[in-house]
Design a binder for this molecule. Sequence first.
Ligand SMILES: [Zn+2]
Length: 136
Amino acid sequence: MNNSIITFETSTEVKNSSVHGKGLFVNGNISEDEIIMVIKGDVINGIECERREENENNVYIFWNGDDIFIDVSSTDKIKYINHDCNPNCYVDENDASSLFLVASRNIKAGEELTMDYGYEEIYDSCNCYTCRKEAG
Ligand SMILES: [Zn+2]
């Protein structure tokens, strides 16, 4: 881990999604394991995370190991990423105050980016691309 400046050639944009509300889309082709963006936000601890989830219905909090959580609800892009049970992105560690969003497979320009939210409730009534395909 270092603090060198990383630039990403592929830009992303927020557009209407057929999964849910708005979604995050890429404007260019991305290769497997390529870093798409740095996930940054309010760095908070577990107690504050629980408070925001319960009192503010905040569903935009990423876990960053130990007692570190990143609240991205005030950001303009990553908060719009939708869940998929077979996602094309995953979250990887960067440093104490940020994470990386990484491509888990090759992604074509214009595709919607998705990740596995990883909390139980999401699977109860999942409406992601993968589950809809399986349901026919
Ligand atoms: Zn699903």
